[in-house]
Design a binder for this molecule. Structure first.
Ligand code: BYC
Length: 329
């Protein structure tokens, strides 16, 4: 079945080469940039890695919004470090995508024109300081759940980028949970802020894993190629199983009346997010889509003078080198 799907995704590829490629994937080989790969594999990786990179970069915006308003110097320094980490993650991932033959400018163009997606979660606003706790705890928590298996993804550069990123994500999750602990055990007003942040971020965090398996268009092929290791629903279930006891420890209530432990599946039964809302956010109609994309486009336009300066300097340096070489002849 997989061989058939591979063929349909990449009909111009030679069937023998496709079979040999699939055998390498099945053996657990890592695929490296200069090696042969089916066109569909390359395209799927570019889509997923670039969208992941965009998510890291756009993901700086809701938290960057709080750097100047962090309640203490220590919290400010921690948040600043976290936001800088996200920029670094974006850069590793753009570099990994570039090894597949797409340029960074093309990827930015896809983001700015709205053709490339970024994680739905960043289209929700961060209204209070407790949201910095909820983002670290739930959003980075969901990111880790998704990214730990991706350390074993079949494409070498993506897998290596993930190893480094996951180390930093665990610190991010811990700092968020630490904020939540302080808030949940603080004054009544602080506890209410923590509960309100959990109420607003719970379902958007569940959406981060993507649509239900029955609506996931890419999962089957991506899993055959080991670009994805788990289905969206598997990871969502794992996230709920790990996060509910953490909420109980905080003394907060997960906003889901249907949530209960199911001993038969050794996991929680839980309500699905509002999938209509999810698809609206993907279409650009979430609470902050326009603001987020607008901020990225503005940053790109404001940076034009800097890119032009770098190019002018590189041209001059090349002319100087050429002049020196001619003089030496
Ligand atoms: N948001 O067939 P499916 C972070 C799209 S960064 C938006 O299941 P796939 C962090 C999907 O792209 C976290 N779009 O797709 C950063 C596809 O549309 P296209 C980012 C979504 O690719 C800073 C369509 O829906 N992590 O954590 O097999 C601070 C059908 O879906 C979403 C990654 O990117 C979504 N939530 O599975 C703090 C991880 N879900 O592309 C934290 C790597 C689905 O055909 N990516 N779509 O137009 C993946 O693991 C997979 O791409 C996904 C989706 C699980 C996200």
């Amino acid at each position: 079945m997989y061989a058939q799907m591979v063929k349909s995704e990449a009909s111009n590829d030679d069937p023998g080469m496709l079979a040999a490629f699939q055998a390498r994937i099945d053996r657990g080989d890592k695929i490296e940039p200069k090696e042969w790969m089916p066109e569909g594999y390359r395209k799927t990786l570019i889509r997923q890695i670039s969208q992941h990179a965009h998510s890291e970069i756009v993901g700086q915006l809701p938290e960057g919004n709080w750097i100047t308003r962090a309640p203490t110097l220590q919290r400010k320094a921690i948040l600043l470090a976290k936001v800088q980490d996200e920029a670094g993650h974006g850069l590793y991932l753009y570099s990994a995508a570039e090894t597949l033959g797409i340029s960074r400018d093309e990827m930015f163009e896809q983001l700015h024109s709205g053709r490339a997606k970024y994680s739905s979660i960043f289209n929700y606003p961060t209204l209070t300081w407790a949201d910095m706790g909820a983002v670290g705890w739930l959003v980075d928590g969901a990111a880790i759940m998704n990214q730990v298996p991706l350390q074993r993804t079949s494409y070498g550069p993506y897998s290596r980028a993930m190893i480094r990123i996951c180390k930093e994500e665990s610190f991010h999750q811990r700092q968020g949970y630490h904020i939540m602990m302080k808030m949940a055990r603080g004054t009544e007003a602080q506890r209410e802020m923590a509960q309100d942040a959990l109420d607003r971020f719970w379902y958007p965090a569940l959406m981060m894993f993507g649509p239900s398996d029955k609506d996931s268009v890419h999962s089957q092929q991506s899993m055959a190629w080991k670009i994805k290791i788990n289905t969206n629903d598997e990871l969502r279930q794992r996230f709920v199983n790990e996060t509910v006891p953490q909420a109980e420890f905080l003394g907060l209530t997960v906003p889901d009346p249907e949530l209960r432990w199911n001993p038969d599946k050794e996991g929680y039964d839980f309500s699905q997010p509002d999938w209509d809302e999810f698809f609206e956010v993907l279409k650009g109609n979430g609470p902050c889509n326009r603001e987020r994309l607008g901020a990225r486009v503005r940053a790109w336009e404001d940076g034009a003078w800097f890119r032009e300066g770098l190019t002018a300097y590189a041209d001059k340096a090349a002319q100087r080198r050429a002049g020196a070489a001619t003089a030496a002849e």
